[in-house]
Design a protein around this ligand. Structure first.
Ligand SMILES: [Zn+2]
Length: 60
């Protein structure tokens, strides 16, 4: 069983052995693996935006 980071709660989610589905036992999040990748891509973009914003506001 592969592990993945849950996009909902940030804890450990589990990837099916066939890489079809991602399930998080902590919060109940489930998604197709392809959808999960898209979600995480979106999160990465948002996180870098947040980082950029806080950097602009508080450079130190
Ligand atoms: Zn979760």
């Amino acid at each position: 069983m592969l592990e993945a980071k849950c996009p909902e709660c940030g804890r450990k989610a589990q990837v099916d052995d066939d890489m079809e589905n991602v399930k998080c036992p902590q919060c109940g999040f489930t998604a197709k693996y392809d959808d999960y990748i898209e979600i995480m891509k979106g999160k990465a973009v948002m996180m870098s935006d947040d980082f950029q914003n806080s950097w602009d506001k508080n450079p130190f």
